[in-house]
Ligand binder design. Structure first.
Ligand code: ADE
Length: 262
């Protein structure tokens, strides 16, 4: 028997990265705090609090701290989009974070490059169990729901063939990466980075500091270079929203069934 009730905080930067979840929540209560709406309720049988952080590390850190301190969440899931930093990745692929780093943190010479001062750490690990569940949820989504969830027209428009799921390093910074040179500055030093975005490592740092398990999933929306999006907003609406909804649904189901066994 598991006696610790779960309250899952679900964060996305933008509305489209969380579409559909709030609409099907039950027993909904919305609380506004620090310019964000925290929507509490039940999703597929578990207590959840959904919130849009807005863009960037400060926005994500403030939202994460509020979810933990004010809303008492026990676990955090972040769902959103990212640019590909590894040339193997294609638009439509999925990355689950194993570790996260802030690529724009540099307090040299006081601390080594990328290290978050006074933590002794530059890379923060996501929770292994949650991340495994998220990885399984993403793989199930691609295997089972992908072909029906995404319209053929949109698959062709965004050239999505058979998306793949990766697990690895995500780098975050307060910068949208839209040029080869910008990306190279990051990957020259952080060679294992799979994807770049603007919030994940801030969520990771706050969760580490509060001892809250977390996991992060990102759909690749662009190649973090000049070719970048065809149409970013359309990608969010037509592709990323479907990914997020189905992956969260499958993640919660897996999380529930594994807890029932413990
Ligand atoms: N989120 C999605 N694409 C991104 C990019 N190219 N840079 C930073 N954040 C992103």
């Amino acid at each position: 028997m598991n006696f610790h009730p779960v309250r899952l905080g679900i964060i996305s930067a933008l509305r489209e990265e969380q579409t559909g979840l709030i609409e099907i929540m039950q027993d909904v209560v919305t609380t506004t705090r620090g310019m964000r709406d925290y929507v509490s309720g039940r999703l597929w049988g578990i207590e959840c609090v959904c919130v849009l952080s807005r863009i960037g590390k400060v926005a994500a850190a403030a939202t994460t701290a509020t979810l933990i301190e004010k809303f008492g969440v026990s676990h955090i899931l972040f769902t959103g989009v990212a640019g590909a930093a590894d040339s193997r990745l294609r638009v439509g692929d999925i990355v689950v974070a194993r570790q996260l780093v802030q690529h724009d943190m540099n307090a040299e010479p006081l601390f080594p490059r990328y290290e978050i001062p006074l933590t002794g750490l530059s890379h923060f690990y996501s929770d292994q169990i949650l991340s495994k569940q998220l990885l399984n949820a993403a793989e199930e989504f691609i295997r089972t729901d992908f072909h029906s969830a995404i319209a053929d027209y949109d698959k062709q428009r965004f050239r999505l063939l058979q998306p793949l799921v990766y697990e690895g390093l995500i780098a975050s910074g307060d910068e949208f990466i839209a040029h080869d040179e910008q990306l190279r500055k990051i990957t020259d030093r952080l060679q294992d980075v799979l994807a770049v975005e603007m919030e994940g490592a801030a969520v990771a740092q706050v969760c580490f500091e509060f001892g809250i398990p977390f996991a992060i999933v990102r759909t690749i929306s662009d190649s973090a270079n000049e070719d970048s999006p065809v149409d970013f907003v359309q990608f969010l609406e037509k592709i990323a929203a479907h990914y997020a909804y189905s992956i969260v649904k499958r993640f919660i189901a897996l999380h529930q069934s594994e807890r029932a066994l413990t």
